[in-house]
Design a protein around this ligand. Sequence first.
Ligand SMILES: *Cc1c(COP(=O)(O)O)cnc(C)c1O
Length: 469
Amino acid sequence: MPDPLTGAEDALPALELVLEHARGYIADLSGPVRAPGADEAARSFAGSLPEEGSGTLAAVRQLLERGTEAHVRSGGPRFFHWVIGGSTPAALAADWFAALIDQNAGAWDASPLAAQLETISLAWLRELFGLPAAWGGVLTTGATTANFTALAAARQWWGEQQGVDVAARGLAGLPPVPVLTSGFVHVASRKALAMLGIGRDRVTYCQADETGRLDLAGLERELKRLRGAPAIVIANAGEVNAGHFDPIADMSRLAREHSAWLHVDGAFGLFARLSPRTAALAEGVEHADSVISDGHKWLNVPHDCGFAFVRDPALLPAVFTAGASYLPEEEIFSFRGPELSRRARSLAVWATLAAYGRNGYRAMVERSLDVAAHVAREVESADDLELLAPAPLNIVCFRYRPPGVPEEALDELNRAIARAVLTDGRVYVGTTLWAGKVGFRPAFVNWRTTTADADLMLETVRDLGRRLV
Ligand SMILES: *Cc1c(COP(=O)(O)O)cnc(C)c1O
């Protein structure tokens, strides 16, 4: 009967199977993003709980073989859907090590290694992004939980303005929390507002046009209407459709004038600060009250990883402390964010920053910028493609528009190409709606992606488009 104890000697052979598999896998990262049989391979895992297990090596072999058929090569250089990075070699190896030593990164006593590397990683990230060293911070599972964490600090501050400890007492009896933002706001922030009891629909959009761009005068009008009542303003550093930015420096000035909290969602856009070519886009972030970004996007560490920074470090434990007699009192990362037990994400973050440093990251970001600029130029000079928006960062919003196809048929044509792209498998790219038009929005964040990979994306869109016209 297979039992992990009687099969304990299979641990190393199982890891060797993974290492052996990794040799071929990494050599083939430019292969098809999605294999033609992916759906059937995924469904073939269906079955009831086995009474007798198949044993370590059989289960791992099944996972490697059928699992690879069923997976999406989202860590490879030809994946442009959503905003998903790969893993740098140092981050990947460090993450394997994190699984090997299986730490709980909740507190120093649970793992001096994880705690120390989280402290260092957060300090290095603050340096990398030009944020004040005194800010508090924590690693999270991604940008959604980072937004949740930072907005929970904002909610706590908002309660304190009216003499209420919201973490202790809840929101009952208090007025609605005013939240002001632009049409660029990501669904993740609205999800965070839903989880925080503020309400995902209690957002006032101060937007200037159908693209969602912030209307500064509109924001000022709304802030004045509140007559000094505390409010939360969400600025968006990099929206997901075309990589555009709210005017963060102007928003921070207005927020200060009206004593509002400024939160910046920079899930990938915060990385604009790494290159002098784009730093101006994210100017003023250092004047915000909270800022977040993602690890598994442009930092290129494995899923799942994000980070949150808050100007007033005391607000995180004010919300997230969970005092219990069996929990220690000091260096507690569990009291800075939503999780008690936590994966040691700091190992991969530390390793990749130690391995490549500020200059390596600047080079990675600028490579993505170069690829995006190349795609924008190719689109503009083509007579069958149309750029739908300027591309200030790493996302290019465009559509297929061959001569002779009427305007009213273009949305459905581009949607049909997008469906075909996902089963074609050469590349992965998704669509969006920009100013009422359906277009593609490849996002470039993978450290391996070159202009040749991006050219294959354009070629695939045209190839499938010609077949569908
Ligand atoms: C991706 C993204 C999020 C959500 O991040 P997750 O890591 O998927 O939780 C939030 N905001 C923006 C701007 C994003 O691009």
